[in-house]
Design a protein around this ligand. Structure first.
Ligand SMILES: Cc1ncc(COP(=O)(O)O)c(C=O)c1O
Length: 403
């Protein structure tokens, strides 16, 4: 069969699953809610353990529901294989521990999800793995930071929450000159808007908790890469570290994937309307959205992404009584439709304060250095009617004057 379109692959996965389930033909992927799998006899069990037979043996290492998700993610990212994990952080840890050991070095962008920054600045150094974080908007910074110990270049584009982009193709070219693999955290874009492997990256990571699941009901992570990398990640790292996904959560993500393209189209359209409206508001001093002409990397966003995503960051002005940071608190405390909560990519609009919440793992000095102003507010624009989201922000911004 000719290669099917992106939407078809989201809904149907790969033909491999159809063959596997030909006898029963369920339309929805079954949940194999089992921890272990019966062997036909002792030799069969031994052969599976020895890798001579590809049957399933134990759900930490693989399960048909997990596999259906992994195949679908690989199919839509354009990679050879996928590995589903318990969380985005489990995916990050599994990738890093597969590629690096004590004495090795990683180069990454300096704005990362706060948990990844914490992993890089606290936990990995305890294991003897050093990370250099550089300004991600210039590929030359990555070239300058690479040493002979560097085993991984780790990118997050657009970065959380500054929405700074990295030129993935340019950084991949630099890293590959040194034989170093490039991993891209594609959580903000999803493969619907950005395909890092086609831009030259080697591994894609998702916090599938976000747009892949899409409904705010499951924590999960995914890696996509070469068969060789995924096999090592599964049978060396995941086997030992153990951050496997539950079959039920894998099923929720499969269900989420079926509507990924339509959800992403609406997230992008709503976010564009909200960002454009925020830019016209006198109480708003800065709006960051890759789809705005005012975004310093708007041209790169147009080149590297097929849409601008659902995240908008903005700063509000203070007044005689309130600092900008205090005015931002008034907005967050007074939204009614948007929910004050971390996470992103849900059908619900979520608003939060990076400096004291998702990115509280950065010191105050680090926050300023990477461009996370104390006044910055991050909004994950959901799928409500855009005029309702805007009306909610308008009334919350209005409260600044009356507080
Ligand atoms: C860009 C990005 N990567 C990774 C993660 C970590 O994912 P999880 O919370 O699923 O462990 C997050 C979480 O917010 C994120 O925003």
């Amino acid at each position: 069969m000719a290669k099917q379109g992106f939407n078809t692959r989201c809904v149907h996965g790969t033909s491999r699953n159809d063959a596997r389930w030909r006898k029963s033909r369920p339309v929805s992927t079954p949940i194999f809610q089992t921890s272990t799998f019966a062997f036909e006899n002792a030799d069969h069990g031994a052969a599976i353990f020895a890798g001579e037979n590809d049957g399933f043996l134990y759900t930490r290492l693989g399960n048909p529901t997990q596999e259906a998700l992994e195949d679908r993610m690989a199919a839509i990212e354009g990679g050879e294989a996928g590995l589903a994990l318990a969380s985005g952080m489990a995916a990050a840890t599994t990738a890093v521990l597969t590629l690096c050991e004590s004495g090795d070095h990683i180069v990454s962008g300096d704005t990362l999800y706060g948990g990844t920054h914490q992993l890089f600045t606290h936990t990995l150094p305890r294991l003897g793995i050093r990370v250099t974080e550089v300004k991600a908007d210039d590929p030359a910074n990555f070239a300058a930071a690479i040493t002979e110990k560097t085993k991984l270049v780790y990118l997050e584009s657009p970065a959380n929450p500054t929405l700074v982009l990295t030129d993935i193709a340019a950084v991949a070219a630099v890293a590959h000159e040194h034989g170093i693999p490039v991993l891209v955290d594609n959580t903000f874009c999803t493969p619907y808007l950005q395909r890092p492997l086609e831009l030259g990256a080697d591994i894609v990571l998702h916090s599938a908790t976000k747009y892949i699941g899409g409904h705010g009901d499951a924590i999960a992570g995914v890696l996509v890469g070469s068969e060789e990398f995924i096999t090592r990640a599964r049978f060396e790292t995941l086997r030992d570290v153990g951050g496997c996904i539950s079959p039920f959560n894998a099923w929720l993500l499969i269900r989420g994937l079926k509507t990924l393209p339509v959800r992403m189209d609406r997230h992008c359209a709503n976010a564009a309307l909200v960002a454009e409206w925020l830019e016209t508001q006198p109480m708003v001093t800065k709006v960051i959205y890759p789809g705005l002409k005012s975004h310093p990397q708007h041209e790169l966003a147009k080149r590297q992404q097929s849409g601008f995503g659902g995240l908008v960051s903005f700063h509000v002005a203070g007044n005689d009584v309130l600092t900008p940071r205090e005015a931002g608190k008034v907005v967050m405390d007074n939204v009614e439709l948007c929910t004050l909560a971390v996470s992103l990519g849900d059908v619900d609009s979520l608003i939060e304060h990076p400096g004291t919440m998702t990115h509280s793992t950065y010191s105050e000095e680090e926050l300023l250095n990477v461009g996370i102003d104390p006044a910055m507010i991050r909004l994950s624009v959901g799928l409500e009617d855009p005029q309702d989201i805007i009306a909610d922000l308008a009334q919350a911004l209005g409260r600044i004057q009356t507080t």
